[in-house]
Each structure stands twice: as C-alpha cells, then as structure tokens.
Ligand binder design. Sequence first.
Ligand SMILES: CC/C=C\C/C=C\C/C=C\C/C=C\C/C=C\C/C=C\CC/C=C/C(=O)SCCNC(=O)CCNC(=O)[C@H](O)C(C)(C)COP(=O)(O)OP(=O)(O)OC[C@H]1O[C@@H](n2cnc3c(N)ncnc32)[C@H](O)[C@@H]1OP(=O)(O)O
Ligand SMILES: Cc1cc2nc3c(=O)[nH]c(=O)nc-3n(C[C@H](O)[C@H](O)[C@H](O)COP(=O)(O)OP(=O)(O)OC[C@H]3O[C@@H](n4cnc5c(N)ncnc54)[C@H](O)[C@@H]3O)c2cc1C
Length: 664
Amino acid sequence: MEAVDYLAEERRKAEFDVEEMKIVWAGSRHAYEISDRVSRLVASDPVFRKDNRTMLSRKDLFKDTLRKAAHAWKRIIELRLSEEEAKTLRFYVDQPAYTDLHWGMFIPAIKGQGTEEQQQKWLPMAYKMQIIGCYAQTELGHGSNVQGLETTAKFDPQTDEFVIHSPTLTSSKWWPGGLGKVSTHAVVYARLIIDGQDHGVHGFIVQLRSLDDHSPLPGITVGDVGMKFGSGAYNSMDNGVLRFDHVRIPRNQMLMRVSQVTREGKYMQSDVPRQLVYGTMVYVRQTIVSDASRALSRAVCIATRYSAVRRQFGSQNGGPETQVINYKTQQSRLFPLLASAYAFKFVGEWLKWLYADVTQRLEANDFSTLPEAHACTAGLKSVTTSATADAIEECRKLCGGHGYLSSSGLPELFAVYIPACTYEGDNIVLLLQVARFLMKTVSQLGSGKNPVGTTAYMGRVEHLTQCNCEVQRAEDWLKPSVILEAFEARAARMSVACAKSLSKFSNPEEGFAELSADLVEAAVAHCQLIIVSKFIEKLQQDIPGKGVKRQLETLCNIYALYLLHKHLGDFISTGSISPKQGALANEQLRLLYSQVRPSVIALVDAFNYTDHYLGSILGCYDGNVYQKLYDEAWKDPLNETVVPDGYHEYIRPILKQHIRNARL
Ligand SMILES: CC/C=C\C/C=C\C/C=C\C/C=C\C/C=C\C/C=C\CC/C=C/C(=O)SCCNC(=O)CCNC(=O)[C@H](O)C(C)(C)COP(=O)(O)OP(=O)(O)OC[C@H]1O[C@@H](n2cnc3c(N)ncnc32)[C@H](O)[C@@H]1OP(=O)(O)O
Ligand SMILES: Cc1cc2nc3c(=O)[nH]c(=O)nc-3n(C[C@H](O)[C@H](O)[C@H](O)COP(=O)(O)OP(=O)(O)OC[C@H]3O[C@@H](n4cnc5c(N)ncnc54)[C@H](O)[C@@H]3O)c2cc1C
C-alpha cells in the first residue's frame, strides 16, 4: 500500500460524524463557518506564505512580518471583517506580530483602566490604527514582582504634567512586544510620586515615536532586545527595551479609572479595587488558555497523522509493517494529548464565559467574583500552557527522527509556544496566587461564608476528607460522579493538608514560603479538577451528530484517568483512592485507548486545520509524507550547489593532506 493511502483507510474507520464534531470544536456553526472560510482565505493568499520562514534572517523575518501585518489589515478593511473574523485571520496567519499587543493588550488596558473620557479620546485612534500601542510593564530588574517596578511618574503641579523617568539600569523597560521597532505609544507602568510620596504602580499612556517620521521622541531611548530561542518562531516580534529621561506627559494621560490625580495634585481612589490595575493580565491569561488548545491540537494533529502513516517492525509473511500508532506505548503517550486538546478547548470556552460574566459585574460595580476570576485565569493559564509546552515536545518525539526536521513544523511550534509558560506571569508565580486563594478559602470554612463557584466543593470538605472511593471494577471508573469525587477528594485533601501545615507557623508568610512546593501541587490539583469538571459539564449539554457525544465521553474519561495515573502518588497518599483502585483506573485507561483508536484520525480532522496552518509535512492531510519529505530536502539552500561553498578553502586542503604528507 502507498503511504498516501493510509489516511484514507483510517478515515473510513471513524465511528462518528466528523462534520458535526468540527462544529463542536469550533464552538458553534457560526464560528465554524468563519473559521473554515478565513482559514482558506489565508491559505490561498501568497503574502501569507510561511514555508520559508525558518530560513529567513532576523531582518528579513521582521520585514516579512510587517508585510503580513499590513496586508492583514488591508484585507480586514477591504472585506469589512468583523472582530471575530479579524481575530480568526490573525490566528491562521500564524506569525506573532506587534498587532497582537496593540489589539490584545494596549486597547484592553485603555478600555479596562481608562475613564470614559480617556477611552473616547484614545480608542478611536487605536481602532483605526492611527496610533499603534504596546504594554510596557516588565523591566530589566522586575517582571513577576510588579510592585517592585522602578520607573517613576512624578507629578509636576507647576505644569500639570507627569515626568516619566528611568532612574536606574534595572528600571529599563524590557520585553514588551511591539515596543522595539513599531509602537508609537505605550501603556507604561510606573510608580506614581506626588510631593515625594510613592502611591505605587499605575498605568500611563506615553507617546514614544513621532507620527511623522517614526523617530523616538526627545528623552526616549528605544530598541529591540535581540534574538530569542529558535529560528523563525517568536523572532518575528520586536520585544523591546525602553528608557525615559525625564519625559513629560499631560496629567490626563494617567489611566484614571482606578485612582485619580487632581489638578492640585491630590491623590484619590475610586470604589474600584486597586487590583483592576492588573485587569489586562486577567483578560490576556484567559485568551492564553484557548490558545493552548490550538497549539496542542496542532501538534497532536501532526503526530497522530504521522503515527498512522509511519510503519516499523512486525511484518508478517511479507505483509506491511505495523503502523506505529498501533503500539500501546505510542497510544499511551499520544491519546492523552488528544484528549487534553479537547479538554483545554472546553475549559477555555468556560473561562471566556467566566471572564464575560466578571466584566459585566465590574461594570455594575460588583467586584465579588474578581478573586475567583483571578485565581481561575492564573491557574488555568499556568496548567494548560505547561502541559501544552511539554506535549509539543512529546509530539516531536512521537514522530521519531523526522520530528526533528524543521519541515515537521514541530521545532518552530515548540519555540514559538514555550514563552507562554513565562509571559503573562511565570507559571509557578501564578500557581502561588491560586494557592493563596485556596488557603484563604480553607481558612474561611466554618465561618458561615459558603465557598462558591470553582471552590464550591470545599463546602463539602468534611465528606471529601473522609469519603471512600466506591470503585470495585475497572468499568466503575467510567462513572462521571466517581471521577469527580476522586478529583475533589484529592484537591480538598491537599489544600487542607497545606492549611494544617501552615497553621503550625507563627509567621504565615514564612510558612507560605517554606511550604510553597506543596502549595503549588495543591493548586495544580485544584486546576485539574476544574478542567475535568468542565469537560464533564460539557457532556451534559445536548450534543448532536452520530457518535459525537460518545467520542467526547471517551476522551473525557481518557483525560481524567490519564491525570489520575500520572498523579497516582497524590491520589493514593491522600487516601482518595486505594492502590488497587489506581490499578483498575489504569486497566480502564488501556481499554479506552483501544476504544478511541479507530476514530483518532477523524478526531484530529475535526480541528479542520488547513495544510497551510499546520505547516508540517508530517501532518499533511493526504499523508503523502515520504514524497514530500524527499522533495523538501532538495529545496534547502545547501542543496543549491552540488559542491558546497567553502569546499576549496576548508575541505579540499584536508583531503589533500595525505599527498603533502607523502611528499614529506
Ligand atoms: C479587530 C482585530 C484585528 C486584528 C486582530 C489582531 C490581533 C489579535 C488580537 C488579540 C490577541 C489577543 C491576545 C494576545 C495578546 C497577547 C498575547 C501574546 C503575547 C503575550 C505578551 C506578554 C505580555 C506580558 O507578559 S505583560 C506582563 C505580564 N506580567 C505578569 O503577569 C506579572 C506577574 N505578576 C503579577 O501578576 C503580580 O505581581 C502578582 C504575582 C499577582 C503579585 O502581585 P502583588 O505583589 O501586588 O500582589 P499580592 O500577591 O500581594 O496580591 C495582592 C492581592 O491582589 C490580588 N491579585 C493579584 N493579581 C490580581 C489580578 N490580576 N486580578 C485580581 N486580583 C489580583 C491577590 O490575589 C491579592 O488578593 P488578596 O489581598 O485578596 O489576597
Ligand atoms: C516572549 C515574551 C514576551 C513578553 N511580552 C511582554 C510584554 O508585552 N509586556 C510586558 O510588560 N512584559 C512582557 N514579557 C515579560 C514577562 O511578563 C515576564 O518575563 C514574566 O512575567 C516573568 O517575569 P520575570 O521575567 O521577572 O521572571 P522571574 O520572576 O525573574 O522568574 C525567574 C524564576 O524565579 C521564580 N520566581 C520568581 N518569583 C518567585 C516567587 N515569589 N516564588 C517562587 N519562585 C519565584 C520563577 O518561577 C522563575 O523560575 C514578555 C516575556 C517574554 C518571554
């Protein structure tokens, strides 16, 4: 059989309606239609070509990015694309650019932290891209510790201005995307100083470059921070460095929704909580969870299709060898990642809803759900990005040697994705925020304040710390109530154990620091419970299409039991399940792998990714891997000449040295 036929045969085996699954994956029929149309539009446009990206020099890559961003903007206007269509276009263009920060952080920062008046002044210019902005928070010396930022904004009552200044080397802004070469403006985070008094970190709109000739304005030193990990990848972004030398801005350019400075230099705070200064990060963390499902599904699609095409060993009587996807080890590494892609998709959808809900409440001055929104966005951002980064590397290994080729698409996907574990909050720092939230929740149990939302299960802490898992046979692990209780018991017991250990310290902060590794594990358990429970909730909805719900149930069980197997130590040491029940879960997991096996190619087809978007020879739809790999090799610049440059200088003299030696 030709390699090209393997995937067609696989598609015939699917046990569900793949067209209906595409709609579930997209979120709705409307979203599916947009995604399908826009992905084809991008794939057929020569300007969006990206197959040569990893070969470009930094300068050429950056110019290519500018060209793509300008072309994308032109198409958005010409085709009158809606916001949803424009975001979809950005997703399929698949090249990080300054526009991500303009639309994704600069505009949201003004919307979330600016007054009505400030929004009316700045947003129309930003929406038309008459100004281009970035989010300048992090400095050379401080990223995680936002309260440690050193840039100052001193109020000058004589001129009614703020003077923005970088007092030290470590106060240089460092990292902001879009800052290095493009942004004309930035939301700059700086310490507000009035009459010598420090009022902490606030956001200010600062113009950086001339709107006439793009040169930096007086007092501003700005540039790019330099090459980053990998070829292509995030190097399309101009992450920047910025210093201020007493730069003056009008008083009304401080973002004043949370606190205000009057003409007289009086500092005033609204009823709005101070934490809203961090609101843009909450927004972006929420979007990063959905991005995780995209990156993960892309890697999984490549590894799954290739695993069905690739054959090694097991030929009988001259017949074909075994498809590597049929090895149980390959399945136990790959299928949980497929299940995780679906799990992250659904938790991402839920988080979007949660964020919309908290935004609506904030507008009505109801701040009660802000701490939970912060904990959920921080925790889920952390857990999904860490899992996705690991999974992309696992997918590379699942593709054997060919996975290491740039043309597999996996090295660049890994390089572009891994900073997600760091930006928008280092993943460990964010889990510690979740842990603080959990410890607060535990400390309030019994105070009459019932935990709600994602911590509602803590309200049943007495039951959860004593209950015995009811599993007796492997198939008992298929009951959603059993899975849920095991995850709840594990999370509750880990949090309660941390709280008990903390209570032994006379200084709680010292205790928190000492126990931080355990606290991070408790936070992970809580976040995994959220993901599992949102998957189970999704299955309670009406899901049309032959076999679609059944496949999703299988994936949900795989995801939960894979986590249980991976973290067996937690489940057993907390007494949430017994070792025997752990073994039964593993037995059930093996059966689930066999059950999902016939449908896996259709399950990755349901992502509806074009070959252009996948950017991988190993993952191409037709599975014609070998021919394409062979053809691709000859396109490498090294193969432009048969004899390489440098032969005469460096190879020939070595080869000929025996002649010289013989003459000696
Ligand atoms: C039309 C469209 C056209 C085209 C489309 C084109 C483009 C595409 C559009 C969109 C793309 C969308 C999105 C993509 C955008 C960007 C993504 C891509 C790249 C990423 C770029 C990266 C940017 C960055 O990295 S920005 C910098 C991020 N920095 C951090 O995350 C720093 C992390 N540190 C912190 O967050 C904090 O300092 C801290 C760790 C939380 C500690 O803070 P602090 O010391 O002040 O706090 P305490 O621990 O003492 O806590 C005090 C108190 O506050 C609570 N708290 C903390 N944080 C928050 C919060 N965020 N919200 C609410 N509450 C918070 C905390 O719990 C404590 O509460 P209690 O007192 O009650 O305990
Ligand atoms: C590609 C990329 C794009 C970025 N874009 C932007 C941008 O547009 N705008 C912007 O303002 N910033 C941006 N950043 C900066 C980013 O937000 C920070 O790098 C990030 O928040 C991490 O902070 P840090 O670099 O200070 O890490 P550090 O805090 O120095 O982390 C170093 C190590 O210390 C550990 N650590 C730190 N604090 C604690 C603690 N309290 N307890 C335990 N461990 C701890 C961390 O886990 C980590 O292992 C970007 C960064 C990258 C890599």
